[in-house]
Design a protein around this ligand. Sequence first.
Ligand SMILES: CC(C)(COP(=O)(O)OP(=O)(O)OC[C@H]1O[C@@H](n2cnc3c(N)ncnc32)[C@H](O)[C@@H]1OP(=O)(O)O)[C@@H](O)C(=O)NCCC(=O)NCCS
Length: 168
Amino acid sequence: MPTEFAVRIATAADAPAVSRLLAVSYPVLLRAAYDGATLAAALPLMTRANPTLLSTRTYYVAERDGGPIVGCGGWTRERPGSGEMVPGLAHIRHFASHPDWAGRGVGRAIYASGEDAARLAGVRRFECYASLNAENFYGALGFRSVRRIEVPMGPALRFPSILMVRSI
Ligand SMILES: CC(C)(COP(=O)(O)OP(=O)(O)OC[C@H]1O[C@@H](n2cnc3c(N)ncnc32)[C@H](O)[C@@H]1OP(=O)(O)O)[C@@H](O)C(=O)NCCC(=O)NCCS
């Protein structure tokens, strides 16, 4: 199994590859924490690359040398859903690793790139709407769980998640 990958800033041209990665990652890695009905409703909405996010230059991909994208994730000043901005605060967005690469440091490497850039940009605090399966991942990165929340997704779905925070 290969172990080498590099993290770079994503561009709009990565949209098809990021969508492919989300479509491979989420159904497998969310299965441990969500029932089938919730996933059936949420996955079509969650597994599309967000073009706005891809153009922020604070969203990243991890890729093998000349090969496929094996991870993605980043942050924005805008709060997901409302677009609200609070000075010093940023929001963790749309992290995923390929299931074959889970547990190999891809997510941590993407987070580290984002955290360095965020600190330089004056961010002092991250918030994250973590999927239930990802609580231990964000915990390993130094995030603290605040409370269970339900993230509105589409007109009818409230996706069970955890609000997590950390200072940077
Ligand atoms: C959450 C996710 C992005 C983690 O990515 P990853 O590449 O597997 O994470 P890493 O290998 O970099 O792990 C970083 C740390 O988190 C820990 N970790 C990761 N997943 C974990 C899990 N499910 N349970 C416990 N610890 C976990 C690792 O042990 C590692 O700790 P260490 O560096 O101290 O040894 C990946 O599991 C995923 O794509 N999940 C599905 C999508 C998702 O839930 N995204 C988050 C949306 S909010």
